[in-house]
Design a protein around this ligand. Sequence first.
Ligand code: PEP
Ligand code: MN
Length: 371
Amino acid sequence: MILILSPNSDPQGGEYRQLTAHLAGLQGIRTRVHTERGTEQTLTEIYLIGDTKALDVDDMQNLPCVERVVRVSEEYRILGRHKDDPRPAHFDYNGVRFGQDTLNVFAGLCAVDNAEHVELMLKALKENGQTCTRMGAYKPRTSPYAFQGHGRNCLPYVFELAGKYGIKVIAMEITHESHLDEIRAALRQTGNPTGVMLQIGTRNTQNFELLKIVGRQQELPVLLKRGFGITLDESLNAAEYLASEGNRNVVFGLRGMKTNMGDPHRNLVDFAHIPVVKRLTRMPVCIDPSHSVGSRNAAPDGILDVMHATAQGVVAGANMVLVDFHPAPLKALVDGPQALLLKELPHFLEDVQIAREAYLRRVALQQRVAA
Ligand code: PEP
Ligand code: MN
């Protein structure tokens, strides 16, 4: 059960103390408090954990400070979408809104290789009106002998160049607690010229200790990739780990499932789960067509499989597209074969726009039919 308190309820105030004293007296119930500090107001939610079945919603509603009570009907307590759940399905970060009704494209380098390529990429994004990108600094690789990413050494120039080209959010994977510290330190040192969305890769979806560490900070939002060999429920629970530790600014990423049934694609594209994730949770849903498809093959219509997969996801209501581009894919140190070319960026963005318009028309049609 979730108690949503009136905005700006004062934890030092008499009413709040009355409330917590009452909750402390409930047998077999633990509480967990979540506070969200916005620019205008502070919102507090109290999660009641344990045997809440016996609690009466109306009784709880009448407790001091309580504005609304939500009975948790689904498994994902914090990120889940429950019956009569008024909590928002969006969050704002560094001036960008991420919601179940918005769409943000994160085109960029799979892995940072050098400052020149970073700058060419960011310049192209700016010229095409983009304010988000992907830039891998820490790369989890299959082979221990493969390039592992430049790590913290590249962060200062990546962040400074991002600021120069008006990038507001960079999706960047981390695989260890120290990477989080390095990113925060580099952002501070460079004067916070941009923002970072921490990415938990598919190989770490169930790295619970990493999830707890990333979840304990609320400064940077998180893109959690679905695990490539586990059930959707297991991946959604992984997202819930982040929220249960305090960070609910989570985007859920679909990136294809590892099975030969998807051949010749690198992974079996799982974008049919976009509406499922939106129904079960309040998380915005990201698609990664590059790691799903994994090549630059094109259909007889001339359209690249990556662009087809992107369109399929966007038509189904995807909220974020994470896609690999590279100024010189033959020289890319990671995943060059699946990278789109900078000259393809305007084409890609226009294609995304067509699919987005189709999605919005489908929503309007549904609303008309339902009315
Ligand atoms: C990536 O986005 O660079 C990546 C490695 O993705 P995934 O974790 O989905 O394989
Ligand atoms: Mn990659």
